[in-house]
Ligand binder design. Structure first.
Ligand code: SF4
Length: 433
């Protein structure tokens, strides 16, 4: 690692203060989002020797089985321990039952090194002390398997917050890095292996060879965390994880998120600045990817520039996406909804949003639908439940869930990201022909 430079408070060159202090419409009505169990679908692919045991109801089992249906053909690394209704006296049995279920599972699957007990909504599960159960199971199966717990309950989490809760649990389990260690970089947020490998190469070209990723691909590769850790967020929905890292005195490197050519460049440059990488070295590492991304974006920009877009709250990716759509594709933002607005982690992004757009936090779905219908945007980005009815009303929609399941970060995915927004228009024009 190179010598440590003070972390800049901003890595972008904002053209204006954008929406940093813009008023936000806060709504707390009915909402249409998935619960945090959904994160298991991408997390189980990422951590290759982990297993996710949902302690939940038949509804939870149906959700993850239908959402991750393709895994029926492989041996999946998730399952549901179904908890039927029990009285308080039955809870002690439940603890013992969990011990039996886990013992059976680990006997059958010796490759499991990390087991997550994932909490859910039913009152029987809420009454269970999963942290205590995880500690008990850890002591039984030490040192071969570590057992951690987090909640994916729809009462406490939405969609991407499951990943935040999972990574927070991992930070709690990470070894403590001594304060006198050389500074090291940790990239935080689940990325597809393809994207992770590209970033590793780009960091290596800048001279940053020892970069750790959280979550790691293997449980044993979990980075030690301490005052020498500098971390870059790869996803905007990891507020609790970032706080847990800061509680360990790790330092956040503020940056745009790596979406699009501009976002990726700013993200990489922020890391380079924090580690004192010379400008010419950084430029050489970044330039080829940036050029590829710009070329890939140009055709999509032609198709999308000037079109209006309305984003419903779903994954917490909405603010960086809105910046990408407006800044790099020339789209006109009507309303940008997000389940939660974390100004501290989104400052760079908000600064680049055009002033005067509507930003909303939380949801009152009927009111938001009324605003959307009144604005008649060219494109609506929303969850599955809203897309079909809106299509039936003549709107062009994009399923926001695709943005979480598709590799979209980095220079080489910038064109794919833009295409996700261009495709609904291409589909419509083909249907018209
Ligand atoms: Fe299970 Fe609650 Fe999610 Fe429904 S909302 S699937 S009950 S965790």
């Amino acid at each position: 690692m190179t010598q440590l430079a003070p972390i800049a408070t901003t890595n972008a060159e904002p053209r204006s203060i954008g929406c940093i202090d813009a008023p936000v419409l806060r709504e707390r009505g009915q909402r249409e989002v998935f619960c945090g169990l959904t994160g298991i679908i991408w997390l189980h692919r990422k951590i290759q020797d982990a297993f996710f045991l949902v302690v939940g109801s038949r509804t939870c089992a149906h959700l993850i089985q239908s959402a991750a249906g393709v895994m029926i053909f492989a041996e999946p690394r998730f399952a549901t321990a179904i908890i039927e209704e029990r009285d308080l006296a039955g809870l002690a049995d439940l603890d013992n039952e969990l011990v039996r279920v886990v013992a059976r599972l680990l006997e059958r699957r010796p490759g499991i090194k990390l087991l997550f007990l994932v909490g859910s909504c039913p009152s029987e599960v809420i009454k269970l002390d999963l942290a205590r159960a995880a500690a008990r199971l850890s002591s039984i199966h030490m040192p071969a398997v570590r057992v951690l717990n987090y909640s994916g309950s729809g009462i406490e989490t939405t969609f991407t917050q499951g990943e935040d809760a999972c990574l927070t649990a991992l930070v709690g389990d990470a070894a403590v890095a001594p304060a006198d260690l050389a500074p090291s970089l940790v990239v935080v947020g689940a990325l597809s292996d393809l994207v992770e490998d590209q970033f590793r190469r780009q960091f290596a070209e800048m001279g940053l060879g020892e970069v750790a990723f959280l979550p790691p691909r293997r449980a044993a590769d979990l980075a030690a965390i301490g005052p020498s850790t500098r971390f870059l967020l790869a996803q905007p929905f990891l507020g609790d994880t970032a706080r847990a890292l800061e509680d360990r005195r790790a330092q956040h490197i503020p940056a745009l998120y790596p979406l699009g050519a501009h976002g990726t460049e700013a993200w990489l440059r922020a890391a380079a600045r924090a580690f004192g990488v010379a400008d010419d070295v950084c430029e050489r590492a970044i330039a080829p990817g940036r050029e590829r991304a710009k070329i890939a974006l140009a055709g999509h920009r032609e198709r999308l520039a000037g079109k209006s877009v309305f984003l419903f709250p779903d994954s917490q990716l909405e603010i960086p996406l809105a910046r990408f759509l407006s800044d790099e594709l020339g789209m006109r933002l009507v309303e940008v909804g997000t389940p939660y607005l974390n100004r501290q982690r989104l400052g760079e992004e908000l600064a680049l949003l055009p002033s005067g757009i509507a930003i909303s936090e939380g949801q009152d779905v009927e009111r938001q639908l009324d605003r959307c219908r009144a604005a008649r945007p060219d494109l609506v980005v929303c969850g599955l439940g809203l897309a079909n009815p809106l299509e039936a009303e003549g709107f062009t929609t994009k399923w926001s869930i695709e943005l979480v399941f598709t590799p979209v970060q980095g220079f080489d995915q910038a064109g794919d990201l833009a295409e996700l927004f261009a495709r609904p228009f291409m589909r419509k024009s083909k249907l018209k022909v």
